[in-house]
Design a protein around this ligand. Structure first.
Ligand code: FA5
Length: 344
């Protein structure tokens, strides 16, 4: 029996030395040490042994079991270690690999110019106001001294939704809304950026949808010279110190007197070029002193208060600033065009 035990040990250790994986190891454990395994099978013959032999064989059997278990244990530890190492290797992160760049959007050039203009006016003490794009005829026209059938309504051919509702044709209705909200209080000092809509045919300098920034100041003793000084400071901050302005008499039903304002052409510095059609000047906005009737309708006594207002075309300013020859580039969303503004 002792020989059988030793032979079993040799056989088991021999087989164990060749195991390659956990599954084979488990199988051998069952084969040799399991309840119905080979060792148990041999030990079943113990009953036939004499009383002296039994403890000796018992001890030998324990030694064999211990030897086999020790090897199984050692193999087991080896497999677990190898498995952990393999898992760690598979999960390794190479921190030196370059990252995958996420596609980043950028601010649209029109939004950039709006922000820049807002910053300039905020620096002069203005606040930013907003109004609806779907506007009532009253605010878009009537309260601005353009009664129904007034011929100047044609200047801003409109998209009507109903008889009384339209897409606003300019940002000037926000003047009236702000004055109503202020209920006769001064000073009023706002700018209002926003989209406006007109039934203009699209061409290189006209779009049926474009952006305006309205400005409005109301207080006691506001004069035309305040308007001129404000606009001069504004264009010099936006286009550079060398920029000059020119005011040309004009007509808007909501301002009296009214003026269109040109700036010296940023392309040629005023000497005349293709962009300014050889005049040296470029028109960027309409302006004037708020009409007494508009003040009165909005609850301000024109005997006591006066004000100026202006409305500038943001696309026209952006075209000048970035030398863009066609307004439609802003709205066709060609990435080759838009990408040029990413780092500005
Ligand atoms: C107005 O809209 C007046 N509300 C401006 C104003 C406000 C005057 C306050 C007095 C007091 P006008 O229609 O001229 O004015 O438009 C103002 C500016 O918008 C123009 O100078 C021009 O820069 C721009 N603009 C006008 N029509 C278009 C268009 N179809 N596409 C792009 N820009 C335009």
């Amino acid at each position: 029996m002792r020989e059988r035990l030793l032979a079993l040990k040799e056989e088991a250790l021999g087989e164990l030395s060749r195991v390659e994986n956990q599954q084979q190891l488990n199988d051998l454990r069952v084969k040799y040490l399991g309840k119905k395994g080979r060792l148990t099978e041999i030990l079943r013959g113990m009953g036939a042994l004499s009383a002296e032999e039994r403890p000796i064989i018992g001890q030998a059997a324990n030694e064999v079991r211990g030897a086999i278990e020790a090897v199984i244990e050692e193999k087991q530890t080896g497999f677990q270690k190898a498995e952990t190492e393999a898992r760690l290797a598979a999960e390794t992160i190479d921190v030196t690999l370059p990252g995958r760049p996420a596609a980043r959007g950028a601010v649209h050039p029109i939004s950039k110019v709006i922000e820049e203009i807002e910053d300039i006016f905020i620096g002069m003490g203005y606040t930013v106001a907003e109004g609806p794009e779907v506007e009532q005829d009253y605010y878009n026209f009537e309260a601005l001294n353009l009664p129904k059938n007034h011929p100047a309504r044609d200047m801003q051919d409109s998209f009507y939704i109903t008889d009384e509702l339209l897409m606003r044709t300019h940002t000037s209705p926000v003047q009236v809304r702000t004055m109503e909200k202020m209920k006769g209080q001064v000073p009023v000092k706002i700018i209002c950026p926003g989209k406006v809509y007109r039934r203009d045919d699209d061409d290189a300098t006209h779009s049926h949808l474009f952006t305006q920034i309205e400005g409005l100041v109301i207080d006691r003793n506001i004069r035309m010279s305040d308007l001129k000084g404000t606009l001069l400071q504004f264009v010099q901050e936006l286009f550079g110190k060398q920029t000059q302005i020119r005011m040309r008499p004009s007509f808007f039903p909501f301002t009296e007197p009214s003026a269109e304002v040109d700036v010296t052409c940023a392309m040629c510095g005023g000497s005349g070029c293709r962009v300014c059609k050889q005049t040296g000047w470029l028109e960027i906005l309409g302006s004037g002193m708020v009409h007494p009737r508009v003040l009165e309708m909005a609850g301000y006594d024109p005997q006591e208060y006066s004000g100026f207002a202006f409305g500038l075309g943001v696309e026209r300013v952006a075209m000048l600033k970035y030398d863009i020859e066609d307004i439609r580039h802003f709205y066709t969303n060609d990435l080759r065009f838009l990408k040029q503004f990413v780092h500005l």
